[in-house]
Every structure is written in C-alpha cells, then in structure tokens.
Design a protein. Sequence first.
Length: 596
Amino acid sequence: MTRFKRRFVAAMGRRCLVLLLAGFSLVSAGRPSPSAAVQAAQDQLQAAAKTDEEAADKSGCFCQTNLAAKQQTVENMQEQLTQLSHDIDQSTARNSQLDIEIKMHKDELDTSTSALATANALREKDLAKFQDESQGHTQSIDQLQQALSALSFSQLSSSIALTKHRALIAVRKVARRVTGGMQRKQLLRFQRSLGGKSDPAVVSGVLKQMVGTFSRDLQGLKDDEIQAKNRHEGIVSAKTQEIMSQKKGMLGKQQRLAKSKVTLGFNKQINERSGPLLDANIALLNTLKQVCKRSEDSFTARRDAVQAEIEALSASQAALAGASFLSVGGREQGDGVEKLCAASIEIQEQSWKKQAQAACKQARQGSKPAAADAVESLESDIREAQDEAARKQDDCMRDVQGAQNAASNAASQQSAEANFVGSEQQSSEEQLRELTSQSENADKSKAAYGEVVAAQQKAAQAFRVATSQGQESLKNAAGRAAVPAASKINEAISQSQKLQTEADNFVGGLDAQAQELSGECDAVRAAAGKVMIPLRLMRADSEEDAIAIKENGDARIHAMSPKCDAGALGAEVAKLKGYRSMLGKAAEGLAWESLR
C-alpha cells in the first residue's frame, strides 16, 4: 500500500470530504443550512482547542522547568543538611579535643613557669651564699695581710713576742669567721704551728701560706660563680623560650576554640532552621507534581473529547451530504488543498516553506496525489528535525543539571591558601546566594503559575463560548436534518457537553490550586529568610578576620552557565510538532480529494 493510500485510509476513519460541500447545502427560512451550522460549530471548536493547546504548552513548560529545578533544590538541601550535621559532629569532637589540649598546655605552662621560678630562687640563694663567702674570704685575707705587715714591722724592733701574739689573734679571728670544715682544720693547724714558733721568718711564712690558701679559695669561689651564672642563664633562656612557645600554642588553640564555638553555634542555628525550609521545599515539590499531573490529565481528557466531537461532527456532515458529494466534488478546491496552502504560510523555515508552496501549487493545479506524496516527504523531514530538536533539548537539560552540580561542587571547594575564616565566609556567601535564589524562584514560580492559570481560564472560557453557541446551532440543525444526520449531530452535542463538563471541572479547581501553590511559595520564601539570619551574622563575624588574613580577598568560584536554552529548544519542538499536525491534516484531506 502506497503512502498516498495509507493517508486515504486514515482520512476515511477521521473525517469526511463532505466538509467541502457545506456551501452547497440548502438554506431555508433565512437560517444557515444544517451543514453550514455543523461546519461553524466545528470551526469554533477547533479555534477553542488551539487556545487550549497553547495553554497546555505553557503549563507543560512551567512544569518542566519548575519540577526539575525544585527537585534539584530538594536533593541539594538534603545533601547539604547531611553534610552540615556531619560537620557539626566533627566540630563538637574537635572542640572537645581542643579543650583537652588547652588544659594540657596550661598544665605544661604552669609546670614550666614553676620550674623557672624555682631555678631563679635557687640562683638567688647561691648568689647570696657566694657573696657571703667571698666577703669572708676577702676580710680574712685583709686581716692576714695586716698581720704580715705587723710582723714585718716587728722585725725592726725588739718586741717579737708581741708581734707573734698579734699574728695569733688575727688567725683566731679568721678561724672564728670560717665555718667550712677543711678551711677550719687548716687554720687550726696553722695556729698550732704559730704557737710553737718564735722565729719571725717562720711565722711570716705560715701567714703567707694562709693568705695564699684563702686567695686560691676565693678565686675558686669566683670561678664557680661564673659557671653557675652561665649555667643559670642558659637554663633561663631555654625555659623562657619553652614558655613562650607554650603560651603561643595555647593562645592559638584558645582562639581557634573560641572561633570554632561561635561557628558551631551558627551552624546549629542554620541546621535547625534549614529543616523547616527543606520541608517547605518538599511540600512545594509535591504540590507542583499534583498540579502538573492534574493539568496534564485534564488536557488529555479534553483533547480526546475534542477529537471525539470532531469525529461526530464529520460523521454528521457525511450524513447530511449523502451521496451527492461525488457529483459536485470537482467544482471547488478541497479542504486538504486549503490546509496545505495555509501550512505553507505558517512554516517559517525557507527550505520547508518552498517545498510546502510547491506542493500547494501542485494541489491547486490538480496533481493532488503528487502533492500528497510531497507533503508526506516534507512531514518526514520535519519529523527528523523534531526528533533532533527533542534530543538537543534532552541534552540541554542534562547540561543544565550538570552545570548545577558543578556549581554546587565548585561552591564547596576552597582555595589551597584559604584558611578557616576565609572558607567559613565563602561558605556563608554561597549559602546566602542559594537561599536568595530559592526565595526569588519561589516568587517567580508563583507569578509564572498565575500566568498559566490565566491561560487555562481563557481556554476554558473559549470552550464555554464554543460549546454553548455550537450546541444551539447543532440543536437547530438536528431539528431540520434527517434521522441519520440528526443522530450524528446529537452525538456531537453529547460530546460537546462532556467536553464542557471536563473543562468546567478543571477550571473550577484552578483558583484553589493557585492559592495552595502561592502559599507553598510564600512558605519557602519565609523559611529561607529565617535561615539567612544566622548566615548573615556568621558572614559579618568573619568578614574582618577574612580581610586581615587574606589581603587580596577570597577567590570567587562561579559555575559556568550552560550555553544551551532549554526553553527555546522546547519551543522549537512544539513548533515542529505544530507543522507536522498541519501537514498531516492537509495530507489526509488530499487523500480524500484525490479519490473523488
């Protein structure tokens, strides 16, 4: 079976060529003929159906855009809240560890400070002892030197016994001052040596020996003092450096702990307030799903009702025309020719427009089978273009999804140089932008759905006008038509009533839907605003620290926006679908007309 014959078979089931013969029906009593009344009702119905299809396309675009975006928002928020809870647990554990470490540092610092104080106290005690002993040795040496001077003077006189006596007195004074065991024993030995000596030279030698001993001991004390002083200074320097390092480490951890506790408090507030925001987004997503499903289901039902009514109207036209259509079929160009030529005007692409215009010219010249084949080929080309546009639209949606994921990942990445304060500020900025976007998108969704509702109400009104006027005309036509035609007309009236009932039922719930969706959008915006409060405080708290730590500021990471336009591609698919619909109707009409 050729494509031409397939078109013919399809046309037989859906419509009648007799629509072309409406102008030849009789007119009685100044009223339009039944055939003309049926044709007028069908024209009105098709115009209303076109308005309804445009509203459905608008609703479909709204649903496709908002469902995908809101689903992604919910998934992102669930992931972020999970990560935030994990971060809170980590921060709590880290703060506990810092508390323990700070306490250990404090204990170590106290120990080091106490050790330094003890070392200084011991040094002061040793220094005092050295000063006392040094002073005693100096006084002993001075007294012995005085005794030597006296002895030297006595050798020039006859009072040797007196001089010896004075030397013994000087030695006794020195012995009383000296408390050390070895030195005291030496002094006692010198004293006994002096007691049995009468020779001034021997006494002088003993005193000189005593002076030498005390001088060596004094030098030893001084040498020991120098070593003790150097050793103490080394200990003090090392211990002071250790204390400074301990203080610095403890101070750094105290600052980190204080900052971490503030951040932890903010994060807990964010976590508590993000829960209601997630719930609001989930509620809005569920409402969107219900709204979109109801809209799609109702449109499908209305489209089927329109098709059923058109088929009934076509059948009634056939019954009205009877067998006479074959005798007048060649007098006028058919409906298929006009639809084809109308399609050639609507098509915008030049190559397709030329093909459609050529087919239109063939059809007007009487070559309807060739025109039908040309339309078939053109429709096939457009179908391929439609499939390609649909593929690009799917790819674009994936690119949009990928760009959103990339933006989320990029927002969580931090520069290698970024420190704790900088990353905190960047994170708060990103979350604020995301929350601002959620709030703005909620307002946009509410406004966009208002436009959808207005379009759907307009379509319902168009159906209401078309069906009410059409039913009146069809009832008059049924009253003047033969029984077979009247039966078909009454069937069309019944389908018209079903269509209007479906449209009224759908539009009757639109206001409630709009109010519910508006309330959900407002809830998202309000919850987002509450989450922003601790985020703004966190940003303000860390802003000065971030500037001080990073003089050139944090590097901003922006996700690359996809280059495709999903909305434009969707419109392209819808446009090509419309071309195919017009060409399909034209081809069916040509198939009928070619067999007349």
